[in-house]
Design a protein around this ligand. Structure first.
Ligand SMILES: Cc1cc2nc3c(=O)[nH]c(=O)nc-3n(C[C@H](O)[C@H](O)[C@H](O)COP(=O)(O)O)c2cc1C
Length: 597
């Protein structure tokens, strides 16, 4: 295994008086769904050194020490006048606390929606704020007020802040259900728009700017799907809002700075939002989360649903008007309620949302419930039983997760999202009257495509340390010299580990008559269990699992991956192969129509 590079902070000047500090990790930072492509990430902070100095977005606690060390070498903490927080993230508090202890003259800037969260997270912290000294302040040319306690300035939408030397900052509120307090900052002096989470990607590399933007396409889309697909209406509104700025560069919180592909990426965001709006099935995901655990579960369920082609409207009930909740419940085909248990109950916002659901949603809507709890977990049971009383069809079994989710529980949630979408699709088929003319043509085409057959294979690979396996009948020989194949795989997280050139896999070609393996791999994997535990296996030279009951196997290296709508098409070179049974015949997938397996 290649040793991973240690975390570091890359520093680069990106415009006059403007420096980026990219806190980098080459490993997956968290097990949250948005990091699943395992390409590391960067937490970008920006320093504007004009007459007054402003720092935008110090990183989370994974980087506190290395970031503060680099910042200290670059700028005097005492001269730091503003710390702008584009959104309040409890994870940032560890860094913020240490920063404030070293920078006694700094004022925190955040939005009105952010200040409450800031107060509540800071309330649990004991600060050791140094007393600023008047003589030191005078030496540094800093205005010295008498009240030198923790200073927070809550900005208004469109407010400006003049840092001097032409750096006039203008703030815009860009709220989404996930980040209701989000703030974008435009610097009129440089044309840089500090976009926080927007336009980012979780990729760690040496390129500060996006010269290589074409190679980022999949990562950007994946990032959008995880963070914004369920909030496309709000994102469309944000895009209109920020279009007013004469922006030259997007400076996001993660990944490379967007200079070369700014227009392309803006158009991509517009079209991805439009694609979401056009989907004909939709889910209202109503949740609230005091400490972030239920919100993390919501993200994973959301991902499972959107990857199945169903639109999600995610609503944090704490920050949403009742009319919007009512509107979402009326418009949706299914709804999901997520709630923590606090003092034996769902919080008030969820009780209110449940009231709206019970009085608004007709009985045909598909329902789901989930939530994080600490010891008794009454909230999920209470909501589930109320929904059961009405008789809503269930999209998945109620999900209860004790405190913070693990990687397994998030997988379970994602699988539940996929399941929910399936139930919705089935319910739609039952309801929809058959449109003879249009469906007739579609059926004819589907039946014609169905005559294309493929050999049944199981693709095995390693997702981090975890072996994964997926059935596919879309494997074809693509080249002779070098021997190469193409594999079409569903846009499924299981094989996301084959996203990059150089990744290894084994194609196990199944034998006609061996229904054991076929049945095994047709079932969806159960999260947290070893899929290969009951099978006879051995390891190939490339480290992937070989199913010894297969007819033959190919050891492959991925060279390329192409986006083909609902599938990825992998092009892989065959490095090695072996026939395991000389007399058997290849199992073939014969079907009546293109949408059957
Ligand atoms: C004030 C408070 C009261 C709580 N009461 C309960 C309770 O009655 N039953 C329970 O199972 N968990 C209880 N918990 C634990 C939370 O449900 C648990 O921390 C959960 O992960 C919170 O989810 P969230 O991060 O989505 O807010 C309580 C936690 C707090 C802070």
């Amino acid at each position: 295994m290649t040793p991973t590079k240690p975390r570091d902070v890359q520093i680069a000047q990106i415009a006059p008086n403007t420096t980026v500090l990219r806190s980098r990790t080459w490993e997956r930072l968290k097990f949250e769904i948005e990091y699943a492509r395992q390409k590391g990430t960067t937490a970008n902070s920006y320093l504007i050194e004009a007459d007054s100095i402003a720092l935008i977005d110090p990183p989370g606690e994974s980087f506190t020490d290395i970031f503060l060390e680099e910042l200290g070498q670059h700028a005097y903490y005492q001269r730091l006048k503003y710390i702008i927080l584009s959104h309040i993230n409890p994870n940032r508090i560890a860094t913020l606390k240490r920063l404030l202890e070293a920078a006694p003259y700094a004022t925190i800037i955040c939005s009105k929606a952010g200040v409450n969260t800031l107060r509540s997270v800071l309330a649990n912290q004991s600060f050791d704020l140094p007393s600023p000294r008047e003589d030191e302040a005078n030496d540094l040319g800093i205005e010295f007020g008498t009240n030198q306690t923790l200073k927070v300035h809550v900005v208004r939408d469109e407010e400006t802040l003049d840092l001097g030397n032409g750096h006039v900052l203008q703030f815009r509120f860009v709220p989404t259900p996930r980040h209701p307090d989000a703030l974008c900052t435009f610097d009129r002096g440089t044309g840089i728009l500090y976009t926080d989470k927007l336009f980012g990607s979780h990729v760690c590399d040496d390129a500060v700017f996006d010269e290589h933007w074409k190679t980022l396409a999949d990562d950007r889309k994946y990032y959008f799907d995880c963070l914004y697909a369920a909030q496309s209406t709000q994102v469309e509104a944000i895009l209109t809002k920020i279009a007013e700025f004469p922006t030259r560069i997007y400076a996001p919180a993660h990944g490379s700075i967007v200079r070369h592909s700014r227009s392309v990426l803006t158009l991509d965001y517009q079209s991805w939002c439009e694609q979401q709006q056009k989907k004909d099935l939709s889910v209202a995901l109503l949740y609230t989360s005091a400490y972030g655990n239920t919100a993390t579960l919501a993200r994973a369920i959301e991902k499972g649903i959107t990857q199945s082609g169903v639109k999600v409207r995610s609503i944090d009930c704490e920050f949403t008007e009742l009319e919007e909740i009512t509107d979402a419940v009326q418009a949706c085909d299914g709804f999901i309620i997520g709630s923590p248990t606090l003092a034996g109950h769902p919080p008030t916002q969820i009780q209110t949302a449940l009231g709206i659901v019970l009085s608004t949603a007709n009985q045909t809507k598909v329902a789901g419930v989930f939530g994080s709890y600490g010891w008794s977990g009454e909230a999920v049971d209470l909501i589930a039983s109320k929904l059961q009383d009405v008789g809503y069809p269930q999209g998945f079994e109620p999900i209860r997760v004790k405190f913070a989710p693990t990687e397994e529980t998030l997988e379970q949630c994602e699988a539940a999202g996929v399941e929910f979408a399936k139930v919705l699709n089935k319910a739609k088929k039952v309801r929809a009257p058959r449109q003879i003319s249009v469906d007739g043509q579609t059926d004819r085409t589907g039946r014609a495509i169905g005559r294309v057959t493929g050999s049944l294979c199981v693709i095995t690979a390693n997702n981090g340390n975890k072996p994964v396996g997926l059935m596919s009948s879309r494997v074809s020989q693509a080249g002779f010299s070098p021997p190469a194949i193409t594999i079409a795989v569903a846009k499924d997280r299981e094989l996301e580990c084959l996203a990059n050139p150089g990744e290894k896999c084994v194609v196990n070609i199944l034998k006609e008559g061996n229904t054991n393996l076929q049945r095994h791999f047709l079932k969806p994997p159960t999260p947290g269990t070893d899929r290969f535990a009951d099978l006879e296996t051995t390891l190939a030279d490339n480290g992937c699992i070989v199913l010894t009951e297969a007819l033959s196997y190919l050891e492959c290296t991925v060279k390329n991956r192409m986006d083909c709508g609902d599938r990825w098409l992998l092009y892989a070179v065959v490095d090695n192969g072996k026939v395991l049974e000389l007399t058997g015949v290849t199992a073939i997938d014969r079907r009546q129509a293109s949408n059957q397996y």
